[in-house]
Design a protein around this ligand. Structure first.
Ligand code: NAP
Length: 369
């Protein structure tokens, strides 16, 4: 029976992974061991399979007894532990949510509904490192893999609207705290039909600019505002988040030549759904019904939403998509720049296809081989 080690299962991505594995009945046919850097020796989580007490996630000897390690622990952990394990000859499969290994020649970026042949090729070539993609990139590729693989696309500009969850659990809590402060600042004015709207505006402005406004995590107000900067800056003028779009999406789909992809990544006050406004430059004008059909055929989760007001409000918002595996794409129409320019808008839950789901499915692929 295969021994599967789980690291980072207590964190945000790890918890969603555990939940999804339970929902899909994945806890069977293997022997799990749970590792932690802080909860060593406590009882393992109840998953319906026997497991020893939680082991030390920094114990290389214990980790090396596993056939597969699934890590949602983060970049720093992978940078430290993965090379030590490999150096001492560990030949197991490493499945990771962190960015560390994504661009390595010895790793495949996993998103099996759209790149299963690349995963299979990797496995048969003896690749043993498999990394989930950046959340924003995975969600764009889930929506756009069909047209991208057809060779129709010259370039894509993606302007993002990214949720608080992409920055971590503490940031989600800070967004909620900001909402609470604003609600308290406005009080009954919010529901008083006789209220002066400028008074409401002044209350919000003064609350969000107050030194007491909770901004320790984001470094700025988010709930009544937005932040057009995610992750660290690069010499190119992009942020690291923006840089990932082209390199990861093209690697994921094995595209050569690459499709240039760039844009501006923006944090908005959504809880856990990332949205993206896409400007797509086609090599030639493709009829929109053909374009939409190609998206629908790319995976059961890519959902084309009609370019109509009611359907958009009902089905193409973070409120509609959160907690589901659908990646919705709508507002598809030809732009005024010319017949080869297509506009589209996509929304997906970044903790599912953007984080935990590709890992869960990769573990299944490995177990079912
Ligand atoms: P996280 O929530 O910060 O969890 C990481 C670790 O923090 C946990 O495994 C746990 O490790 C420790 N921890 C400390 N106090 C905790 C507490 N009170 N509750 C739970 N865990 C606690 O990290 P994450 O957001 O899941 O991200 C993990 C990795 O996935 C990162 O590399 C990230 O870049 C990547 N990723 C994240 C997202 C996302 O949406 N957040 C999307 C794609 C990829 P111990 O058990 O060792 O204490």
């Amino acid at each position: 029976m295969q021994r599967i080690g789980f690291v980072g299962w207590r964190g945000m991505v790890g918890s969603v992974l555990m939940e999804r594995m339970t929902a899909e009945g994945d806890w069977k046919g293997f022997a799990p061991t749970f590792f932690s850097t802080s909860q060593i020796g406590v009882a393992p989580p109840k998953v319906g399979l026997d497991a020893p007490p939680v082991m030390d996630a920094n114990d290389i000897v214990a980790l090396a007894t596993q056939d597969v390690i699934v890590s949602c622990q983060g970049d720093e952990y992978t940078r430290e532990i993965h090379p030590s394990l490999r150096k001492q000859g560990w030949k197991g499969i490493w499945i990771d949510a962190a960015k560390t290994l994504r661009m390595s020649d010895d790793a495949v970026i996993i998103l099996d509904p759209v790149n299963m042949p690349i995963i299979e090729q990797g496995l048969s070539k003896g690749i043993r490192d498999f990394a989930g993609g950046n959340c924003t990139v995975s969600l764009m590729v889930m929506a756009m893999a069909g047209p991208m693989k057809q060779g129709w696309i010259e370039w894509i500009s993606s302007m993002t609207y990214q949720a608080a969850s992409g920055a971590g659990a503490k940031n989600m809590q800070e967004l909620a705290a900001q909402m609470r402060v604003l609600s308290e600042a406005v009080g009954t004015l919010a529901t008083d039909p006789a209220a002066n709207v400028l008074e409401i505006d002044r209350a919000i402005r003064s609350a969000m600019r107050s030194p007491q406004f909770p901004t320790q995590q984001f470094g700025a107000a988010l709930a009544p505002s937005l932040i057009p900067w995610i992750d660290k800056g690069m010499a190119s003028g992009q942020t690291l988040e923006e840089w990932k779009a082209q390199v990861e999406a093209n690697k994921m789909l094995g595209l050569d030549p690459q499709i240039p992809i760039d844009g501006i990544c923006v944090r908005v006050g959504a809880m856990r759904c990332h949205s993206q406004g896409l400007t797509i430059k086609m090599k030639r004008a493709v009829p929109l019904d053909e374009f939409e059909a190609c998206i629908k055929e790319s995976s059961p989760w890519a959902k084309v939403i009609p370019n109509e007001m009611a359907a958009t409000k009902e089905q193409l918002t973070p409120a509609a998509i959160t907690g589901t595996l659908d990646v919705a794409i709508g507002r598809i129409h030809t732009l005024k720049m010319g017949p080869e320019y297509v506009g589209a808008f996509t929304v997906g839950d970044q903790l599912l296809w953007g984080a935990a789901e590709p890992l869960r499915r990769m573990l299944r692929i490995v177990l079912e081989r």
